[in-house]
Design a binder for this molecule. Sequence first.
Ligand SMILES: Cc1ncc(COP(=O)(O)O)c(C=O)c1O
Length: 384
Amino acid sequence: MSLTDLDKTYLAHTYNRFPAELVRAEGALLYDTGGKEYIDLGAGIAVSTFGAADPEWADAVSAQAHTLAHASNLYYTEPCVRLAQTLCERTGMKRVFFSNSGAEANECAVKCARRYAYRTYGDESHANIITLKHSFHGRTLATLAATGQSAFHTEFGPFPGGFLYADPDDPASLETLACTNGCAAVMFECVQGEGGVRTLSGEMISAIKTVCERHGLLMIVDEVQTGNGRTGTLYCYEQFGLSPDIVTTAKGLAGGLPLGATLFGERTAEVYTPGSHGSTFGGNPIACAGACSILSRIDDALLAGVRAKGAYIRAQLADTEVTGLGLMVGITVNRPAKEIADECLSRGLLVLTAKDKVRLLPPLNIPDEQLARGIQILKEVIAR
Ligand SMILES: Cc1ncc(COP(=O)(O)O)c(C=O)c1O
């Protein structure tokens, strides 16, 4: 049986895979079993920060694997501590909890907000979390409930309660929800990725700030997709002048290994106490060594490069509606986005979709020449 047939036989049918069996990577290029080359403008959905086989990252990861692969959270290990220190020093946040995915980072944020509210009010009267329509926060039951897209909810109920959805296109809806319900927090993505690469408006951001202050709500920013340099700053909230109480991230943080992080600010730093939360693999030395290597390279020069490459893409697609920030790009197209992605694949280009848009999330260091070739192919396919 071919690999494709074996996959179809033995894997749960949760993915509609593209017909490509990928075997290796070099920079922003990927190769399939037949040796066909693809320019990668998807980076494994914003995971492969510096490509899917970056030598510096691979050295850091393999050195750690040869030294200490795992120890459990019963003991101190250096990569985990150094990574938490780096994240705090670079964001001004105070403490970090490590998990293995974006969904888990968000679960940890929701639990933290609930406990904070319980300790503030002495009961569960302020346990609601306001999220936004078109949001995406993960696939666990609680993060699905947090996700403001009913399409993801069908046939999986009952869900954990306590999630309310404001409309990002109607900032006043936030105040109405906060006024009429006991709430703990507002949780949102500055650029809604899976929801169609929708950047929140200045009015919506202001409304979130105001409502959080007026009602004493925690601000939770989901930086799972937008974070780790993707939008041209280390974290996207920096571009909106926000001071979140909790930041969640994952995806590109460890550059290709599973790692989630929940960052706590001044108000939330002491909410968790021994035994109140945990993870077997979270903070694993190998994943954290990978993340230390990634973060050490997301410096001012790299971020300027991300902004420049993003500006290049927008200039090239000037005739098209393009959304998002930096190297998180949504492109409005006039036929099904999946059709365009399929045609790009056959021409050696990997792109993603988000709702009815084509979505680009290339490695942050994609060479300009490869980016130019990829965008040229995409333009030709879109124009067809
Ligand atoms: C904004 C956002 N939050 C959370 C998640 C869930 O992350 P994971 O798939 O690592 O659980 C995603 C995944 O696409 C995401 O884009």
